[in-house]
Design a binder for this molecule. Sequence first.
Ligand code: NAD
Length: 326
Amino acid sequence: MSEATLTEQLLQVETQIEALLKQKTELEQKIKQINLAHAQQTSQCQKRIVVVGGRGKLGSLFVRLFVELGHSVSVFEQQDWQNAADILKNADLVVVSVPINLTTQIIQQLVKYLPANTVLADLTSIKAEPLAAMLKHHTGPVVGLHPMFGPDVPDIHDQVVAYCDGRQPEQYQWLIDALSLLGAKLNKVSAESHDKSMAFIQVMRHFSTFVYGLHLQQENPKITDLISLSSPIYRLELAMVGRLFAQDSQLYADIIYSNPNNFDLLKRFAERFNEGIELLESGDKELFKQEFADVRSWFGEYAEHFLKESRVMLEAAHHYTELEIK
Ligand code: NAD
């Protein structure tokens, strides 16, 4: 078979893939609409919801979700304190979505305007401190939420939302159900356990990404050279570092500084880095391979699983870069 014929066939396959992908998107869209309609029905009656910080990045996403669910939503912003009593007096649910460093103080300021039966919730990336503040200052139902995604997601389908029971869970079950019906994966966890996991998932990751970026900036290689020599896997890694610096430094500073207990974890991380350098300088490749094997056995069957999973992700990334370059 000639190259021209094969190229022609390849083009046909690519056209079919594009058509199938379009069909997939349309089907996903339909499923989402059905889920949304179901969530609207399950919400039973329209709730009055106030989002404090509702013009912010995450707050505005939740305002949009609540509106889509058919609720009556008000935004409460920095300039609204004079009208706080009016805005908050009939709220069924108040969601606090303000910068982490202001959260406890704002919860304290808010509660005096809240009826005892109002559900008080927050979206803060840390959970122990805000949950304790809500429970301390509000006598009614309380729940802590942590959406494990940023404001740039198109919808919350397949996104994880961690939640921590506070008080009177039956009063906010409708909220948990509605988020599940929108396709989010709700994960119930204690505030302490959440914060311990976040030390690894967020604090350690964001801090090492910050240091990686700092190192790049100070070593100052030509970024265009790095990009042009990066095949999808390296491009993805570079993008994961670069995207941090396109976001809000206050948010990342608050997450990383949130709990001084995490500093010890980061110091141990730095010590292991230095131990790794000593290992390199010793020239002992056998020991390196032994440690490599130890880490591999810690990952257990997840090592193989992650290899397969990342292959699928890289395939998608490869497709994406190809589309971008065209
Ligand atoms: P943001 O800075 O974009 O929004 C904060 C909002 O709070 C702003 O609209 C601001 O005007 C408002 N605000 C500040 N002071 C206020 C006051 N005194 N009274 C009323 N409103 C006030 O921040 P964000 O990124 O949307 O983060 C908000 C919360 O969401 C944080 O707790 C953060 O941990 C959490 N969160 C954010 C993300 C994310 O990727 N952005 C992801 C998960 C969780």
